[in-house]
Design a protein around this ligand. Structure first.
Ligand code: 4NP
Length: 157
């Protein structure tokens, strides 16, 4: 499985999802490809936001080596599943993609868990440091649901 997580800047939300899933996949001895990107270019080349790094570190994850990159159209060929962290990001990717998207390839991050379907991961960029702790919990829960979905898809191939 090749899974991409996308937010706006690729410094707050999607690096947490990226780091969480890399860790999960490694602990399960799976050889999946995990990556993240942003629809905007403002932070290209930057490490994840210090608060995203902190909350990951406090939860046993090191995301300090990740670097922001911009989403590109070729990602539709490189990844089986593309998860948008929020509905605005999903819409932006849909418009960039046009007919390139395969059915079911582009999804909303919180859609795999019936309890959070249709919801967006709040952008912590505009809020206080504690916002990153709440976002981590939401991403970890959504990540579990995504992992189970991908495990089934992988086994069905
Ligand atoms: P992210 O958060 O999309 O979760 O990485 C943001 C980071 C930076 C900006 C917006 C959102 N920005 O406007 O620079």
């Amino acid at each position: 499985m090749r899974i991409l997580f996308v937010c706006l800047g690729n410094i707050c939300r999607s690096p947490i999802a990226d780091g969480w899933m890399r860790h999960k996949v490694a602990s399960e001895n799976l050889k999946w490809v995990i990556d993240s990107a942003g629809t905007e270019s403002y932070h290209v080349g930057e490490a994840p936001h210090p608060q995203s790094q902190r909350v990951c570190r406090e939860n046993g994850l090191d995301i300090s080596g990740l670097r922001a990159r911009q989403f590109r159209a070729s990602d539709f060929e490189q990844f089986d599943l593309i998860y948008a962290m929020s509905s605005d990001v999903l819409e932006e990717i849909r418009q960039l993609a046009g007919p390139r998207i395969k059915s079911g390839q582009l999804r909303l991050f919180l859609d795999e868990d019936p309890q959070t379907q249709g919801q967006s991961v709040t952008d912590p960029w505009y809020g206080p440091p504690e916002g990153y702790d709440a976002v981590f919990q939401v991403i970890a829960q959504g990540g579990e649901a995504i992992f189970q979905t991908c495990l089934l898809a992988d086994r069905a191939r």
